[in-house]
Design a protein around this ligand. Sequence first.
Ligand code: NAD
Ligand code: MG
Length: 399
Amino acid sequence: MKNLCILGSTGSIGVSTLQVVAQFPAKFRVRSLTAGRNVRRFAEQVRAFRPARVAIADEKLIPEFRKLMEDGVALAPHPSPLAPEQGPWRGEILGGPQGLVELAEEPGSDYVVSAIVGAAGLLPTLAALKRGKQVGIANKEPLVMAGPLMLSAAQQSGATILPIDSEHSAVFQSARAGQPKELKRVILTASGGPFRTVDKEQMRQATKAEALKHPTWNMGAKITIDSASLMNKALEIIEAHFLFGVPYDGIEVWVHPQSIVHALVEFADGSVVAQLGLPDMRLPIQYALTYPERLDGGLPQLPLERMRNLAFEAPDREKFPSLDCAYDAGRRGGTAPAVLNAANEEAVRLFLEDKIRFCGIFDLVGEALRAHTTQAVDSLESVLQADKWAREYVRARCG
Ligand code: NAD
Ligand code: MG
């Protein structure tokens, strides 16, 4: 029985994680859940899974959450794995970022699912790694910001990192066909997003609604915009570098609009091994949770028709400068990836608030990287300072 702490349970990954968990009531117990602001969905989840402890990042919403729990909300969207009537829920409610850290590091859980979006996941994920837990990581931004700190925390404590991001899960699965030292090249696939076939000028004028329309995956708003700008793939290049220790020259991106082949790895002998599956995050989530076992969680089979026209093409690096930004920031190392990540988070926020055009994201991230003097990442402080600097830089550039 694994005791789970799910950070960010109300998000797209969090909801899919609970769907997987509900399939295996004998394998997983939900010890704790955390949410940002969506207290209605959170109340539904807490009623369905009855964790002992919960935390809400925005403390002001705790009274509203309590009221929802007293009034009783529906059990949707999850099938509850538990018996329906067990009396009122009497778990503990914590608040604020510190509450999240406390749940991530407390001894009541042995497996933490990191599914918050953005830099906000850094402190709780790092706390779980320091305590030697198994940590399933969907939340890629902290790895990009602070890869060396997270890896050394895991090494010192004996924590295990299991990738949930579909491409990284695919690399992890495919890499098991050889020895780590035999791994020569990692190829991450990208759907290409909604602007793959439109010209650059049209993309420049793109609206929020157009950017939020992802062709193959259904995800949270931030990662959907990142997929449209290929900034998601940019972050994933750096994520792959840290997770698998592959140098940047050995990491490639291929555009694959069908999102069936999630990644390919090439070994020293030239053999290429890939992982395939429908674009459904429940599969990589389930693998990260049940690893090293593979279990039948009732997920849909890959049908033959979806295999008929698999296509691969090189990404347009001039139209999507995000990829070169990632190679540049990754090779510079130190605080450069943290600046890339923070500038992007801030730029995406401004785009979602209609304050900048779509291509403003590329401009702001590129400018922030050029203006930044790279420092070594020798402490959490150095990462947080670079993050703060980049956010202020982007905000100042936009008035
Ligand atoms: P989402 O926006 O749907 O959910 C984010 C979760 O984080 C919610 O529970 C929200 O309440 C919580 N949260 C937001 N801000 C917070 C804060 N300041 N403090 C505490 N909690 C906060 O996002 P998502 O699409 O589920 O993505 C989560 C992470 O997983 C991202 O890093 C994303 O890049 C990664 N990821 C997502 C997918 C996907 O299919 N959605 C695939 C691969 C990787
Ligand atoms: Mg991905």
